[in-house]
Design a protein around this ligand. Structure first.
Ligand SMILES: Nc1ncnc2c1ncn2[C@@H]1O[C@H](COP(=O)(O)OP(=O)(O)OP(=O)(O)O)[C@@H](O)[C@H]1O
Length: 229
């Protein structure tokens, strides 16, 4: 589903030149739940940012469902991403002047892949799924960090994208809220979503199927997680 093929990224020039990703090749299959871990500054976010279009590689290819994402113009990238990738950030990135319901409706109103008359019911259903029934008309500032991250997850699911990318979604949460959020990701994966998550969590959470470790822009480990039941 997601294939990075010989992807490299360099920032700066001359003495300040920094190779952030060095010939990275990763192949993620549909249905995987992948954790990308590694020290701060190792290149994890840069990798995810290529899928969201925030960063572009200097060389190599990125395919998502056989689409050459590098080849998209900025406008094409925007509309492709809106309909095909759900994104969850560390600091939630909710719009403070919109209610919880309006925040979840926003991607639907932009991408227009969900029929207009189904959108409000869908947003309410997604909020119920993440445990926020009854909070629809609140503003983000009225919610705890964990609740705000739930809204962000509902928003990431708005257009029913098969691929969810999450950049340290528990990085700003206490351990209890982190556990709750990780359980939601596990459930999403069980419902068929493919998930790529950058995290600093120390212990691999139940449900994670693969752990890719990055160091200085290179993959130093790529482990399938097999659990006995
Ligand atoms: N726009 C930029 N310009 C210059 N350098 C950048 C830019 N974006 C990232 N970098 C550098 O690239 C390196 C990798 O950054 P990246 O955010 O991918 O690391 P990370 O592994 O996600 O780190 P963290 O765990 O701290 O979030 C860092 O040294 C960072 O300073």
């Amino acid at each position: 589903m997601v294939e990075f093929r010989n992807v490299s990224k360099v920032y700066g020039q001359g003495e300040g030149k920094r190779i952030v990703l060095d010939n990275v090749t990763i192949n993620v299959q549909t249905g995987e739940y992948v954790w990308i871990t590694g020290k701060s500054g190792s290149g994890k976010s840069t990798l995810l940012n290529m899928i969201s279009g925030i960063d572009k590689s200097d060389s190599g290819y990125l395919y998502v469902n056989d689409l050459n994402v590098n080849g998209l113009s900025e406008e094409e990238m925007c509309s492709w991403r809106g309909a095909n990738v759900g994104i969850v950030f560390q600091f939630f990135q909710l719009l403070p002047t919109l209610t919880v319901l309006e925040n979840v409706l926003l991607p639907m109103n932009i991408a227009k892949v969900i029929p207009r008359k189904e959108r409000a019911a869908r947003a309410k259903e997604l909020l119920k799924m993440v445990g926020l029934e009854g909070h629809e008309n609140k503003y983000p500032a009225m919610l705890s960090g964990g609740e705000q991250q739930r809204v962000a997850i509902a928003r990431a699911l708005a257009n029913d994208a098969d691929l969810i990318i999450a950049d340290e979604p528990t990085g700003n949460l206490d351990s209890r809220s982190s556990e709750d959020i990780l359980k939601i990701f596990q459930e999403l994966n069980q419902r068929g979503k493919t998930i790529l998550m950058v995290t600093h969590e120390r212990e691999i959470h139940e449900g994670v199927t693969r752990n890719i470790v990055i160091q200085d822009g290179r993959i130093i480990a790529d482990k399938l997680i097999v659990r006995c039941v």
